[in-house]
Write a protein that binds this ligand. Structure first.
Ligand code: NIG
Ligand code: FE
Length: 412
């Protein structure tokens, strides 16, 4: 089955050679071809180039006319919590009235509020609610997504969430990566007994998750008021025994050691970083851990933005993800995250696009097959309306520029 996309004004985000991630000055490299074509075979990118070299159209090809639009690799969103129940707009109003995210959490709202709601839903209901968000982000150009558990906070409900993630994996063309986040908060049944909750997570939850192969990675909310670096280290060590690497929530609310423990245990990513220090930047240099900024969270919570410009100047690669969740970021709009990265974190458009494609693919461990236009990679891409340049994408920060979306070569 062949699909030929013609009349592409600009084909962007090309990798001629395999590259796992872009770091430092490389983040400004966004390879493009003007007046291009793209050939897909059996869901995989087979060829691309200048329109002058386009293969002859024959009967076994489906031809797609890009009508002078730009083609980009689909966004990769390496940090979401989109399997959740209901919504939390009351807390949004509480925040407008002056309460902080941490204060709401301390009152038993926040994550525990979502855990109560999730407990009351069946797996089918949870799946239906999550699928609404999945359809929304596909239409907005996301082609690969990481989804975390973490609103269960007891073994049964965590497994329920992870099974819903698996169902999403099986029922869409989206590439779904699954992360077990039992250490998102201490479950209500263990209130005041955090150490016992961590023991239970290690001895009961992790083996159950591993036995059903329900997660690719393990996450811990390592921050002030949540889990300590020591607890995080124990969980990450045990997870590695089951073949699952870490993806850490760290340095969001305070300078609380999240980066150090992530690097020490070779976590694939450390995310948030609003409160990261110069020492953290040094720790990340030369490591395999991808620092991931979540600009939508800073925007929604009115908090400082992660120092992404500084990280890039220090030679690091940076990823940006949405953090789509009901409390701190009720949005999975990756184009908006790219705009925020430019406007608030001073990234160049090319840097922000690399941060939201190849580097977020790296932060999910899938950059060998997603995150750029490259022969042999899965054909996940979108076609925009005609736009004057790549820079227009973050500039027109609320314009819905996407005309057509293809996942594994299939129109969505
Ligand atoms: O990444 N910071 C921790 N967890 C989520 C928020 C979860 C929630 O408030 O429901 C985050 O922002
Ligand atoms: Fe998160």
């Amino acid at each position: 089955m062949k699909l030929l996309v013609k009349n592409i004004a600009t084909l962007a985000g090309i990798d001629y050679e395999p590259i796992a991630r872009r770091q430092g000055a490389q983040m400004r490299e966004l390879n493009c071809i003007d007046h291009a074509y793209l050939l897909v075979e059996d869901g995989v990118i087979a060829d691309f180039g200048a329109e002058a070299d386009m293969p002859a159209i024959n009967g076994d090809m489906t031809v797609v006319d890009a009508k002078g639009g730009t083609v980009l690799p689909s966004w990769c969103d390496s940090h979401t919590h989109i399997v959740y129940a209901g919504s939390r707009e009351q807390e949004f109003v509480d925040k407008i009235n002056g309460l902080s995210y941490a204060e709401i959490a301390r009152r038993g709202g926040g994550i525990l509020n979502s855990a109560d709601r999730l407990h009351a839903l069946t797996e089918d209901e949870l799946y239906e609610q999550a699928m609404c968000r999945v359809r929304e982000v596909i239409a907005k150009g996301t082609g690969a997504i990481e989804i975390k558990s973490g609103y269960g906070l007891n073994t049964e409900d965590e497994l329920k969430m992870l099974r819903v993630i698996r169902r999403i994996q099986e029922s869409t063309r989206l590439r779904v990566v699954s992360t077990f986040l039992g250490a998102h908060a201490v479950g209500r049944a263990y209130s005041g007994r955090q150490a016992e909750y961590v023991d239970m997570l290690i001895n009961e939850m992790l083996p159950a998750v591993a036995q059903e192969h329900l997660a690719d990675y393990v996450d811990v909310f390592c921050d002030e008021g949540f889990f300590t670096p020591e607890e995080t280290g124990r969980i990450l060590e045990k997870a590695l025994d089951y073949g699952m690497r870490g993806k850490i929530h760290g340095q969001e609310l305070a300078d609380s050691g999240g980066v150090e423990v992530a690097v020490k245990h070779c976590a694939l990513s450390v995310d948030h970083l609003e409160a990261m220090t110069d020492r953290d930047i040094e720790l990340l240099r030369g490591s395999e851990t991808m620092p991931t900024a979540l600009p939508g969270t800073s925007f929604f919570l009115n908090m400082p933005f992660a120092p992404a410009r500084k990280m890039i100047e220090a030679g690091l690669g940076v990823a940006i993800a949405s953090d789509y969740n009901p409390g701190s970021t009720p949005s999975g709009d990756m184009k908006f995250a790219v705009s925020l990265a430019c406007i608030k974190m001073r990234l160049q458009p090319a840097e922000a696009i690399n941060a939201a494609t190849i580097n977020t693919a790296y932060a999910m461990g899938i950059s060998d097959s997603y995150g750029s236009i490259s022969v042999g990679k899965v054909a996940n891409f979108f076609i925009t309306q005609p736009i004057p340049s790549i820079d227009f994408i973050p500039y027109a920060y609320t314009t819905p520029i996407i005309r057509r979306v293809f996942l594994a070569g299939e129109e969505q």
